[in-house]
Design a protein around this ligand. Structure first.
Ligand code: COA
Length: 698
């Protein structure tokens, strides 16, 4: 998508360039004429013929020459008419700063639509409305009404909120982070985050992309654009609106557990986006990723002048799933020679409270080349003899730049001169060791994603037509769920192992089936109206003879009649008991934006109470499926712990891959739960104990 005209216009008309200082149209003019922009700026205002020393025109037609970009700053009711004139005069891009559109309700939405359609007809792109404008420091362009010109640099920002843009620029200025581009996308009626990701990915001056989003315009296109951008450079996004407000009512466990935010998390993970959970983290990560090289691993060297903060840092490293580097003997010997006797020479290296700049430099020079170190964290606390500024300079001089380095000069006033030197030397500095570690973790995660093996999706041989028939028939009946019996049929067509069983519509038939398939058996109620069978008394397990089957059949019918008198009963399913194993849940919930989202969790309380589940977008590779299992807190249970044997992890991963294939093949499936999925020792096939499938209306 070519947005060149927005970033490098040769001329800009400001429609609504006000004479009154403090009005938006005036401040846009001030910024445009004071930021070093060398193109032509044309103020448009019918009330005057000169503004800020420039000739002013009553409308664009009176100007009479071609203009690249029009910036609209007139009240919303005049916007349509002014945009029309701009289009008639051949502008190549339109920025609408004015508010009063979709964000105001239906009437505003209509105005907005009309404006976009007018632009589309002329193949002209529109930024906004309700936006703050655009900045490109490369050409001194500042068409915003933000009260500062950012320093040039390598970070490019896009934001759905104009106010957040202003705050972002202010933070960057305070942290001496240079900006390349800033785009306020406002209501994103036309140009959106997907366009910007694609454009900024190719922009040579942009080294890091930082975004603030409240929603995403199109899930699939976003994932594709974000992934393409993340391959080129780090993309860090803060997405607000992550609470459960958007949770929909769902019948499946997977649906209930998959909040709105889970899908965003899964989409960001897939596309390599570094997700920041807070505004603070957004810039913590951006600083590190903009200024430092990526780490090759997760082994961290900590250099400190105090034991406590060193331990805090080591704790944070472990908590974040990284490692405190185990230094080589050689390094330890050298450190012993160079540092005082009382210094701790094993990581964390404690250069002691009275450390001078030379001692920091000696420790860093010695340890930075240790092959067991992937990244360095330097901590300093102010003691009476500490020289923060000199120490920062000595650290910067000692570094060879081969590994990422972050610092935490802890304190306030006393360490300030040191922090300024760190910033001048391009070393990211954080208030606390924990924030510094979290930035290293973000870098490490991104580096892992960047170096991930190629994604290879396994295609299993399946009986697709069988599933197609079941779905089409069910949809024709108007019933949008598929219960255990047909569900198992579908899963069996996709290679899942299901227990032998058959549907009985009488007591005698139940006994007959049980005798045929062999005891012990289970009885399960079959009714389109009963999803949670056990809550209704609709499951009886471990029946070892015909008499037990007869009794269980009667009892179940009685209970169901009492507890669910209106339920339509199709019969009772008689099924061979499944050998003991570990109960897990695998499932899928189709997100309206991002498509099928797979879920894994250990059954029982792990899902119900602890909500220990992980999600991943389909299609999934084997490595990603295994990673899903590993990222649950209960993974140790799968591997085997406390004398318990482990289960077949590959087999669960294969189950997830098969669901991935099934739900990618059939977009009609909106949700699917295999619960429980019984897994046994390595080499045994897991068995589907129960399944529930939800369908979309045809
Ligand atoms: N063509 C050119 N100029 C015109 C015009 C036209 N058709 N009609 C009016 N103007 C001039 C006016 O004369 C005025 O100039 P003046 O101050 O010298 O008299 C100027 O345009 C502005 O018009 P005015 O009616 O005074 O509007 P305003 O400045 O009070 O407000 C907006 C205009 C766009 C700023 C306001 O409607 C708005 O949307 N504000 C919110 C902006 C915002 O927050 N955006 C989102 C940020 S995230």
């Amino acid at each position: 998508m070519n947005l060149e005209v927005f970033f490098n216009p040769r001329s800009i008309a400001v429609v609504g360039a006000s004479r009154v200082s403090g009005k938006v149209g005036h401040d846009v003019m001030i910024n445009l004429t004071s930021s070093g922009y060398s193109g032509e700026v044309i103020p448009i205002n019918p009330e005057t013929d000169s503004l800020l020393g420039l000739p002013c025109y009553p409308d664009l037609a009176s100007y009479g020459k071609e203009v690249d970009l029009a910036i609209i700053v007139v009240p919303n009711e005049k916007a349509i008419e002014t945009v029309k004139v701009c289009l008639d005069e051949g502008v190549r891009g339109v920025v609408v700063i004015s508010s009063g559109f979709r964000e105001m309700g239906e009437e505003g939405h209509e105005l907005e639509q009309k404006m976009v359609e007018m632009c589309k007809k002329k193949a002209v792109r529109l930024l906004g409305p309700n936006c703050m404008g655009i900045i490109n420091t490369e050409v001194g362009l500042n068409s915003s009404f933000i009260g500062r010109h950012p320093e040039p640099g390598s970070i490019s920002i896009f934001s759905q909120s104009g106010a957040v843009c202003a705050a972002m620029l202010d933070i960057c200025s305070a942290r001496h982070l240079g900006i390349s581009k800033m785009v306020s996308i406002g209501n994103k009626a036309d140009i959106n985050e997907i366009d910007l990701l694609s454009w900024l990915a190719k922009d040579e001056k942009t080294k890091v992309i930082v975004g603030y989003l409240e929603d995403i315009s199109a899930g699939d296109a976003f994932v594709k654009a974000a992934e393409e951008a993340a391959v080129e450079k780090p993309v860090i996004i803060l997405k607000s609106g992550t609470t459960a407000a958007g949770l929909k009512a769902a019948a499946s466990h997977t649906g209930v557990l998959a909040g709105v935010d889970t899908a965003y998390g899964a989409a960001f993970k897939r596309s390599g986006v570094v997700r920041a959970d807070t505004f603070e983290a957004l810039f913590d990560y951006a600083t590190a990723l903009a200024l430092q090289p990526l780490p090759k691993g997760n082994r961290i060297l900590i250099v400190t002048n105090a034991g406590g903060p060193g331990t805090m840092a080591a704790d944070a490293v472990e908590r974040d799933g990284m490692q405190v580097a185990l230094l080589e003997n050689r390094t330890v010997t050298f450190l012993r020679e160079k540092l005082p006797r009382e210094a701790a020479v094993n990581n964390p290296i404690d250069v002691l409270g009275d450390a001078d700049p030379e001692r920091y430099a000696a420790a860093i020079e010695t340890a930075q080349n240790d092959p067991s170190v992937d990244a360095i964290l330097v901590i300093m606390t102010p003691q009476t003899m500490t020289q923060p500024a000199e120490t920062a300079m000595a650290i910067a001089a000692a570094l060879d730049g081969s590994k990422p380095v972050v610092a935490s000069f802890m304190g306030g006033q006393d360490v300030l001169p040191g922090r300024m030197e760190l910033s001048a030397a391009g070393l990211p500095d954080y208030d606390t060791p924990e924030r510094a570690v979290s930035a290293l973790k973000a870098m490490y995660n991104y580096s892992l994603w960047k170096n991930r093996p190629p994604r290879q999706i396994t295609h299993f041989r399946v009986n697709r037509r069988r599933v197609e028939r079941i779905i089409t028939r069910r949809q024709r009946t108007g019933r949008m769920t598929i219960g255990e019996v047909k569900g198992k049929d579908m899963l069996s067509a996709y290679g899942f192992k299901i227990p032998t069983g058959a549907l009985a519509i009488s007591q005698e038939e139940a006994v007959e089936i049980a005798e045929r398939i062999g005891f012990p058996v289970a009885l399960k109620i079959v009714s389109p109206n009963i999803i949670h069978k056990s809550d209704m008394g609709g499951i009886q397990l471990n029946l070892t003879n015909g008499e037990a089957v007869e009794d269980a059949y009667d009892l179940m019918m009685l209970k169901i009649k009492k507890r669910a008198p209106d339920a339509r009963i199709e019969g009772i399913y008689v099924e061979k008991m499944i050998p003991r194993g570990l109960e897990v849940i695998i499932g899928m919930n189709r997100d309206p934006q991002f498509g099928p989202m797979l879920m894994f969790g250990l059954g029982g309380i792990y899902v119900e109470v602890l909500k220990d589940v992980t999600f991943h977008l389909a299609p999934i590779t084997e490595a990603e499926a295994i990673q899903m299992l590993k990222s649950t807190r209960s993974y140790e249970m799968l591997e085997g712990s406390r004398g318990q044997r482990g289960v077949d992890i590959q087999a669960i991963a294969a189950g997830l891959q098969r669901i991935s294939q099934l739900t990618t093949d059939f977009p009609q499936i909106t949700e699917l739960d295999i619960n429980p999925y019984i897994v046994g020792d390595a080499g045994t096939d897991p068995i589907v104990a129960d399944v529930h499938i939800g369908l979309a209306k045809p």
